[in-house]
Design a protein around this ligand. Structure first.
Ligand code: ASP
Length: 342
């Protein structure tokens, strides 16, 4: 590691910095400077660390696009000064934030590593120290004075994942995240095992572009046997709605009842973008593989392929803010922009 490597640690909140409210017993966020005092090990790392904190740190259940913009703006305004960024974040919505940031930060030449923990940093059995220390070490990795990682990642429980491929799978285990359709980029054991062939490549001719606008006129709709016409028409009729992430069965299948297909067809005709993602954790949408998905393909439903729901909804928010002509939208969505789909 280069001793001059500079890392900016951005604290947004989450369990990592929480402590128990003595009256209620519930976990609450607390002051960031106190958090750092609890990790004297950080001083031993061979890099310079500066810190910046949200004015009011949050439980990540309160995360929202304005706060993603805040994180992206902090990274943008400190971009030239630092070699890497580590974002401390609650685990509940970390995959959404990692996905959103991956679209908002185009042409990254430096790492943005999100991490957090299942137990507060002050807890005796905490997972926070390992997650934080290794996330910083990974963000500091340099080769020929250039960052080794040039994408938005998520580090948790000995694995570095591409952020927009992750999903939170467990509310109790330290191993809280999975990347079902893309392998881990780094595994941490006695050595850091880098799978460089999986990393997103950076084009040195391209400068960072920060996209701060996201369109939140979107919804996620999970199909279930018994969903009825009133429910679907109410959702499609939401004023100003522009996009739906439709969580379908298996490889992108849905009911073929007339009322359903007619409503979806009408929604697309009135300008809505409908993205088909699978309710299955692993595997890909493949419209046309079964008869029950052929009609969706014909009426212009977009294939989310093997994208996660978290990446699909944030990609929709991002692309809807980009003034893409309606006729081009499907092709752009179905193209992998930041390695979010195969
Ligand atoms: N509720 C917490 C949060 O997401 C959980 C965590 O940090 O792991 O902020």
């Amino acid at each position: 590691m280069n001793s001059r490597t500079k890392i900016l640690l951005i604290y947004t909140g989450g369990t990592i910095g929480m402590r128990k409210d003595l009256k209620t017993g519930a976990l609450k966020v607390f002051n960031f400077s106190k958090l750092l005092q609890r990790i004297p090990e950080l001083k031993q790392l061979d890099c310079e660390i500066e810190t910046i904190s949200f004015h009011n740190p949050i439980d990540s259940s309160n995360m929202k696009p304005e706060k993603w913009t805040e994180i992206a703006s902090i990274i943008a305004s400190n971009y030239s000064e630092f070699d890497g960024f580590v974002v401390l974040h609650g685990s509940d919505t970390m995959s959404y934030t990692a996905s959103a940031l991956s679209f908002m930060l185009e042409n990254l030449s430096k790492p943005v590593v999100l991490t957090g923990s299942q137990l507060p940093i002050g807890d005796l059995r905490t997972d926070a120290k390992e997650n934080l220390i290794t996330a910083i070490q990974i963000a500091s990795l340099q080769q020929n004075n250039k960052s080794v990682i040039t994408e938005v990642c998520l580090y948790f429980e000995y694995k570095l994942y591409r952020g927009n491929r992750t999903t939170k799978i467990n509310a109790e285990h330290f191993n809280a995240f999975a990347s079902p359709n893309y392998p881990a980029l780094i595994e941490s054991g006695v050595y850091l095992n880098l799978k460089s062939e999986l990393f997103l490549a950076h084009n040195p001719a391209m400068d960072l572009i920060v996209h701060k606008d996201l369109d939140t006129n979107v919804v996620i709709l999970k199909l279930f046997p018994g969903i009825n016409k009133n429910v679907l028409s109410a959702i499609i009729g939401i004023p100003n709605l522009r996009g739906i992430v439709l969580e379908t069965y298996g490889s992108g299948n849905a009911t073929t009842e007339d009322w359903f297909l007619n409503l979806i067809e009408k929604a697309i005709a009135k300008g809505l973008h409908i993205v088909n993602v699978s309710q299955c954790t692993s595997g890909s949408v493949n419209m046309g593989q079964y008869e029950v998905s052929s009609a969706l393909k014909q009426i212009g439903v977009i294939s989310g392929k093997d994208i996660t729901t978290e990446a699909a909804i944030t990609k929709l928010m991002y692309l809807l803010s980009q003034n893409i002509p309606f006729g081009d939208f499907q092709t752009v969505f179905e193209t992998s922009l930041r390695g979010e789909m195969s």
